[in-house]
Write a protein that binds this ligand. Structure first.
Ligand code: CMP
Length: 221
């Protein structure tokens, strides 16, 4: 639990109370952790690995809401409001999860205001991100959404500040799922940007050749 910012706020006793009711579960890449619409009595902290939070759509394509990794938590919504799971969660890599049961968590929340505030902060962060996404999907076209995604996931490798490059851990289908579009359209857009020297794609690496150009597209210009 030490890997997760929300648990930093716990005092020793509360940490002991929580872990007494916690258990560890391991998943292989591709496994379902839970499905949307199922009842949920627990929250999970990711000790190791990455999961995808997604919602099914009527045309059978999932829309990715978030990818969460070591130190992140999920499952707090059904746990807190007693409703059903609001999204599907699948393991993208082999994962080790710490599963925290509702009763123990609620007791610790009631006794520990600092911990409650951390959970509220987490929910606020997710609402802000959801609002941003809703705005992007409602008002921005595919190029702006894709440019925003690329700028978000591209971290400059050491010594390459001028031309940040990133190992593309996301496939074009995954990018499409994150911005609510199709793989074909994402591919078409990336090829166009490659031709106009905005980006280069080489053996799984993405190189931002013209960050300013992409920033202008991200702003919808
Ligand atoms: P819960 O509804 O219990 O199960 C699905 C989980 O996915 C949910 O709790 C959250 O932890 C997580 N989740 C749902 N929507 C989002 C989102 N927009 N961003 C990040 N995580 C989310």
């Amino acid at each position: 639990l030490g890997k997760s910012f929300i648990f930093e706020a716990l005092d020793e006793q509360s940490r002991r109370d929580l872990t007494a009711f916690a258990h560890v579960k391991r998943y292989s890449a591709g496994d379902t952790v839970f499905d949307m619409g199922t009842p949920g009595q627990s929250m999970m902290a990711i000790a190791e690995g990455t999961v995808r939070v997604a919602m099914p759509t009527p045309n059978a394509r999932d829309v990715t809401l978030a990818e969460l990794t070591t130190g992140d938590v999920f499952g707090e919504i059904a746990l807190l409001d007693g409703g059903e799971r609001s999204a599907n969660v699948r393991a993208l890599t082999n994962c080790t999860l710490v599963v925290l049961e509702r009763r123990a968590l609620l007791e610790v929340l009631q006794r520990n205001p600092a911990f409650s505030i951390r959970i509220i902060e987490l929910l606020c962060k997710r609402v802000r991100r959801s609002d941003e996404r809703m705005m992007e999907i409602a008002f921005l076209g595919l190029p702006a959404r894709l440019a925003r995604l690329l700028l978000r996931i591209t971290v400059a490798a050491p010594g390459s500040e001028e031309k940040p490059l990133t190992k593309l851990s996301l496939s074009q289908s995954e990018m499409a799922s994150m911005i609510g579009n199709t793989r074909e359209n994402v591919n078409r857009c990336l090829r166009k940007w490659q031709k106009s020297n905005l980006v280069d794609l080489k053996e799984g690496w993405l190189i931002l050749l013209d960050r300013k150009g992409l920033e202008a597209i991200a702003e919808g210009e």
